[in-house]
Design a binder for this molecule. Structure first.
Ligand SMILES: [Zn+2]
Ligand SMILES: [Zn+2]
Length: 238
């Protein structure tokens, strides 16, 4: 969020920003960047934050609570930008030319994944998800079908997953099976475990590619990294 804020400010210069931010859920690792998002401090910025409905005390309380004086020097109420926080009731809407759909992910609490269909391609984003029945989660397969890019929670190796089943995170085997079944073009392994170093992540990627090869698939697999750029050039009818 910090780097994104900075790059938006650089890209648009003096132009006022009108932004929509989609939040999957309010666990720490997914909201802590928000107070460091530069556009929040620009009075001309209009920001609409959307997230899953029904998070325990509500989305507003979760996002503003982390900016109370115990945790952060600038309270939410003192931010100069114009911010609207809305819980998703409609799971099918448009943001500019991008059609957005949301799907409940299997993860503790309320957590959604997004399907973003733009004129340039289809991106599915499931930062935290443990696919039901492993790689054979029918609802999820239908939701992500034919995605150009699927960014998916693949935190564990199979051995680690067996010790953490039900914790709400997936493993490389299930991610590959799910992506192959759904005809996804490119899988980006995400939600890296803080205990995994670069060598471990590289071995996950090699293992995932070997699984694809064994199944005769064409799926491309990479690991997500900070600052990574994914270019869509798959023009299709929205
Ligand atoms: Zn989470
Ligand atoms: Zn997480």
């Amino acid at each position: 969020m910090r780097l994104l804020g900075r790059s938006l400010v650089e890209e648009f210069g003096q132009q006022p920003l009108t932004l929509t931010l989609l939040i999957s859920h309010t666990h720490w690792d997914h909201i802590q960047g928000l107070p460091f998002f530069a556009p929040l401090y620009d009075a001309r910025c209009r920001l609409r934050i959307l997230g899953g409905e029904g998070a325990r005390k509500g989305l507003l309380a979760a996002l503003t609570g982390q900016m109370e004086s115990t945790y952060f020097p600038v309270p939410f109420s003192k931010l100069p930008s114009n911010i609207e926080i809305e819980e998703l009731r409609e799971f099918n809407f448009a943001v500019g030319s991008t059609l957005v759909r949301a799907h409940r992910a299997n993860h503790p609490g309320v957590c959604v994944g997004y399907r973003l269909l733009s004129p340039d391609g289809l991106v599915c984003f499931f930062p935290d998800a443990e696919p039901r029945t492993g790689g054979a989660d029918r609802e999820m397969i239908d939701f992500i079908r034919d995605a150009d890019v699927l960014i998916l929670d693949s935190q564990y190796s199979l051995a680690e997953y067996r010790k953490h089943t039900g914790w709400g995170h997936g493993c490389v085997e299930d991610s590959v099976a799910l992506a192959l079944e759904a005809g996804v073009h490119r899988l980006v392994l995400f939600h890296h475990d803080p205990n995994h170093d670069d060598r471990m992540i590289d071995s996950f990627v090699r293992h995932a590619r070997a699984l694809v090869k064994k199944r005769g698939g064409k799926l491309k697999v990479d690991a997500a990294r900070e600052g990574m750029t994914l270019r869509l050039n798959h023009r299709r009818a929205p």
